[in-house]
Design a protein around this ligand. Structure first.
Ligand SMILES: Cc1ncc(C[n+]2csc(CCOP(=O)(O)OP(=O)(O)O)c2C)c(N)n1
Ligand SMILES: [Mg+2]
Length: 277
């Protein structure tokens, strides 16, 4: 797919994706609003600037792979896939409906194009990404593997086993992106289980550690390209985001981790999005 380098154009796409997230979760009556809004810029940059992919040929063998480990932010993934042309925008209305391809957590067996993994049970995606990265290394294929994780998700022990394995195998074709929003389902990460010093943890597990503002398109593009070109170690990007980004009245509020906007809230939130842009 043709890359978009123009930052203003990317910002417009993120705005549309955020509106799609709110509209589809409102129609469903349930879903994960906060994390989906926070990650809209990361998804925009990946699908419209970074990934080597073809929405018209989703199973193209040479595509880069994106593993969404935090299946609960499916609404932002679905909205991005639809905006990139994987399936009609209309279908976003079917989020969480019986028989829909857009289930509350992504399920590959429902037939939605563009998904690499069924996810929702936290802590599994890095192991899958490591397996993908290792297999293409063995086959001497030049392909990038990306994975997206929550910060709360890092409290799962399986993440650290996968991290150890990636550096052992020198998997420099993998880039893990951490959604560092400092909150999780029922509070601040520092109250539930402290993650700091997070960069030191990844460094000591043998990773190249990069940081960026995960709500800044330019910063994301730069740091993702840096990760892709780094050789000898796997890279992790600690992307600082705001849960609920773009809707000022709910930004950083963990109670919006898994809540749907009512009809009145939808109208107000979309007005706030327009203002923040
Ligand atoms: C193995 C597992 N345990 C618990 C859950 C329930 N759960 C879903 S999202 C979530 C919070 C994860 O926090 P974070 O990764 O920071 O996501 P955010 O709230 O920032 O979107 C939890 C505990 C789950 N999906 N899987
Ligand atoms: Mg979080």
């Amino acid at each position: 797919m043709k890359q978009i380098d123009n930052i203003e154009e990317l910002k417009k796409i993120s705005l549309e994706i955020r509106k799609d997230v709110l509209t589809s979760i409102n129609a469903a009556g349930s879903g994960h609003t906060g994390g989906s809004l926070g990650l809209a810029d990361v998804f925009t940059v990946l699908y419209f600037n970074i990934l080597n992919h073809d929405p018209k040929n989703p199973e193209w063998e040479d595509r880069d792979r994106l593993v969404l480990s935090i299946g609960h932010v499916a609404p932002v993934h679905y909205a991005t896939l639809a905006r990139a042309g994987y399936f009609p925008l209309e279908e976003l209305k079917t989020l969480r409906k019986l028989g829909s391809r857009l289930q509350g957590h992504p399920g590959k067996d429902h037939g939605l194009p563009g998904l690499e993994l069924s996810s929702g049970s936290l802590g599994q995606g890095l192991s899958v990404a490591v397996g993908m990265a290792l297999s293409v290394k063995i086959d001497k294929i030049d392909r990038q593997i990306f994975s997206i994780h929550g910060d709360g998700e890092l409290q799962e022990g399986s993440i650290w086993e996968a991290a150890m394995s990636a550096s052992h195998h020198k998997l420099d074709n993998i880039t893990a992106i951490i959604d560092r929003n400092y909150v999780q389902i029922d509070g601040k990460t520092s109250d539930v289980m402290e993650l700091e010093l997070l960069d030191e943890k990844w460094k000591s597990f043998g990773w190249n550690v990069l940081k960026c503002n995960g709500n800044d398109h330019k910063d994301l593009i730069n740091v993702l390209n840096e990760a892709i070109s780094f050789k000898g170690k796997p890279s992790v990007i600690i992307a600082e985001t705001k849960m609920g980004k773009g809707v000022k009245s709910i930004e950083n509020d963990y109670t919006w981790h898994g809540k749907a906007p009512s009809d009145e809230e939808l109208e107000d939130f979309i007005a706030q999005l327009e203002k923040s842009n």
